[in-house]
Design a protein around this ligand. Structure first.
Ligand SMILES: Nc1ncnc2c1ncn2[C@@H]1O[C@H](COP(=O)(O)OP(=O)(O)OP(=O)(O)O)[C@@H](O)[C@H]1O
Length: 681
């Protein structure tokens, strides 16, 4: 074991200030892959909009010809029919293009949501320590929808619009260069103003979306702790804090609205002024004989035609700016590394080892698994069991199920999000998040932990709250990797194993035993979707939950048996029942090793007995590591490991530890398992 850290080392350390938070920004280039993902459809829409632009450009020319023939008192012939047909075809093309654009936009939203969800569900656990659920939810829900706008009112229309714009410009220039320069001068000035304004939208959108993320996180937090909040009489304070965040989002929304609102009148004024100028100067030019009346009419129609794509371009510019703000937030998550299946660089010799090659690891656990509660459910690693023993496996057979060798571990998490949550109730959420540097907080937790868990035994970890017991289980599951030292499974360093294969060896029951909203069956099938009803019922009875299956419709609600609902977060179950349901879920996979982080709560006398019986029934022939808060549930363990402040103080049986380890004796005395010593109060 290493030298003891100083008290300062033992506490949380801040490191690596990244400066004040600023919202993530994406560049235009990063938007292109989203467009090109549906390049076939994109190409078709662009081609369609080009055809539509050509059809539109032909309209003023046809109108000019109609006027000339009327002036010359010539028969119109089929010209009017052609003009009507062109107008109808143009309108139909526009409608179809609109539908395709919406479809493409929805496709982009779907793809980016899929990608985000896939990413979020595979992020390393440490990412969830520093991110808030609601914020992640809002990135999947609302940021992705902003991407759609960029396509529907944005980029693609702009391509067809550009042709229309250029075509109209050329037409106007050819008809009358003088009139053209007057018109274009006026429009050019307003164009510059609009571009300057629109560039201010992007940061405002990023901030607005951030605020919506904060808001979603706070609502999620409040709803998730509704009972505590009500019991604490804090509902009004939470409401006020959340309303403040809603108001901040509203503030940024208003800012965007103000900028967008300025763009509309500027465009309108540009149109009016240029139209009036064209009519004024154009009338003069017709009167002076410089141009014909039909040319002026054609010029005016081209002007209107040019204004439409110009309006689209303004819309596209602000839509693109909005989308880039949202895209920044999406890409922030997209850019995070996911948990890898394995880390060759971490494995000794850079080689990922198949567990089946190294150890008859399941021998102790899974052989017995068939004879225990799960009966007809087969362990996942049948192949491993069937492996013929080799020298390596013979050696591995003598290795313990789990070995910790001088393991040191530090949690590293980003500070501001946690600060944010605490500040929320004090009403300083926004300011705190802006002011606090995004430090990394380091919390050293394990300081040279070493112990063995022999296969087929029942081992308990005990110690005061915060000693690092749950962290030990988190490291075994490879939610985190140690700073130094090694953790071995059947003699193999777990870093050299495939993560999925490693985790398949364990049934893991968290301290807060999450129960998902839904039925008993849905909860059980989470890790073993193919398990039969008979297997589900067997594991439930093995953990003393037979009573849930036998409840009548009066107590269970409409559905009974495995179809009985458990309520949101298992609200319809007692704390002890939730914990045992989670154990049943873990058992269903027939894991050779069961990791059980016993709940600190819900262990009244009856539950404690039920839990002890459940443990006895599942322990047979399996390796069991139990974090125990009540010593009475683990006194008859093969081995008890006492942990304090991230160090192992001692290990042995209950009787040995009562004699040898003062902290253990103290815990046992407190829990009335041994008579209090003379100096005890
Ligand atoms: N994700 C995390 N990020 C940062 N620090 C953490 C994290 N999880 C736990 N800690 C800290 O690590 C220390 C050990 O926590 P751990 O949950 O392992 O203790 P424990 O012995 O299981 O406690 P308890 O008996 O109360 O469950 C505590 O100080 C805790 O605050």
């Amino acid at each position: 074991m290493s030298a003891a850290p100083t008290p300062a080392e033992n506490g949380r350390r801040r490191r690596g200030a990244r400066g004040a938070q600023s919202g993530p920004r994406a560049s235009f280039r990063q938007l292109l892959p989203y467009l090109f993902e549906q390049r076939g459809l994109l190409g078709f829409i662009i081609a369609l909009s080009l055809v539509s632009a050509l059809v539109s450009l032909s309209q003023p020319l046809l109108v000019g010809q109609v006027i000339e023939r009327v002036q010359a008192v010539e028969p119109l012939g089929a010209l009017v029919g052609v003009l009507v047909a062109v107008v109808i075809i143009g309108a139909l093309l526009d409608g179809y293009q609109h539908y395709l654009l919406q479809r493409m936009g929805e496709g982009v939203v779907l793809r980016s949501r899929r990608r985000l969800i896939a990413k979020i569900l595979h992020l390393p656990i440490s990412e969830f320590d520093r991110r808030r659920t609601g914020d992640l939810v809002s990135r999947v829900g609302s940021d992705t929808t902003l991407l759609r706008a960029v396509l529907t009112q944005g980029l693609v229309e702009a391509v067809g619009g550009a042709l229309l714009f250029v075509g109209a410009l050329v037409g106007m220039f050819i008809i009358d260069p003088v009139l053209f320069f007057i018109t274009f001068g006026i429009i050019g000035v307003s164009l510059v103003v609009v571009v300057l304004l629109a560039s201010r939208i992007r940061p405002a959108v990023a901030r607005a979306q951030e605020k919506v993320g904060d808001l979603a996180a706070s609502v999620d937090r409040a709803i998730g702790s509704m009972r505590t909040i009500r019991a604490a009489g804090a509902a009004d304070r939470e409401q006020a804090a959340i309303e403040r965040q809603a108001e901040e989002a509203y503030g940024f929304g208003l800012k965007i609205a103000r900028i967008s609102a300025l763009i509309v009148p500027i465009s309108f004024i540009a149109l009016q002024v240029s139209l009036l100028s064209v009519l004024g100067f154009g009338g003069y030019r017709v009167a002076s004989g410089a141009i014909e009346i039909s040319q002026l009419v054609t010029f005016v129609i081209f002007l209107f035609m040019m204004i439409t794509p110009l309006g689209q371009a303004f819309g596209a510019f602000s839509a693109v700016n909005q989308a880039l703000g949202a895209l920044g937030r999406i890409q922030e998550i997209d850019g995070l590394a996911t948990e890898t299946a394995n880390d060759a660089e971490l494995a000794p010799g850079g080689r990922i080892v198949a567990l089946a090659d190294t150890a008859p690891h399941a021998a102790a656990g899974s052989t017995a698994a068939g004879s225990t509660a799960e009966g007809d459910t087969e362990p996942r690693d049948t192949a491993a069991r069937d492996t013929a023993p080799s020298t390596a496996t013979a050696r591995a057979a003598s290795e313990p199920a789990i070995r910790f060798a001088d393991v040191h571990f530090t949690y590293r998490s980003a500070a501001p999000d946690r600060v944010d949550a605490r500040e929320l109730v004090r009403g300083r959420a926004g300011r705190a998040a802006q002011a606090a540097p995004a430090d990394i907080v380091e919390t050293p937790v394990l300081h040279g932990v070493s112990f063995d868990v022999p296969r087929g035994t029942r081992v308990a970890l005990v110690g005061p709250s915060g000693a690092g017991k749950s962290t030990v289980l988190g490291l075994i599951e490879r939610f985190y990797d140690p700073d130094s030292g090694a953790i071995e499974l059947f003699g193999t360093d777990i870093r050299s194993l495939d993560r999925a294969e490693l985790r398949a060896q364990f049934g893991y029951v968290e301290q807060d035993a999450p129960v998902l909203a839904g039925t008993l069956r849905e909860n059980l099938l989470l890790a073993s979707p193919d398990a039969s009803d008979a297997a589900c019922e067997r594991v439930l009875r093995a953990v003393n939950l037979g009573s849930l299956l036998d409840r009548s419709a009066e107590t269970a609600g409409l559905d009974t048996g495995l179809d009985a609902q458990v309520g949101e977060h298992g609200l319809m179950l007692s704390g002890g029942e939730k914990q045992r349901l989670a154990i049943a879920r873990a058992l269903l996979t027939a894991p050779p090793i069961l990791l059980l982080d016993e709940s600190t709560a819900s262990l009244d006398g009856v539950n404690e007995r039920l839990m002890r019986e459940a443990l006895d029934s599942v322990a047979t022939g399996r390796t069991l590591i139990v974090i125990a808060h009540r010593l009475s549930t683990v006194v008859d363990s093969d081995k008890i490991i006492v942990v304090e402040d991230g160090r192992v103080l001692g290990e042995g049986t209950h009787a040995e530890l009562v004699d040898r380890v003062p902290l253990y004796r103290e815990l046992a005395e407190h829990q009335l398992l041994v008579p209090r010593g003379p100096d005890a109060q």
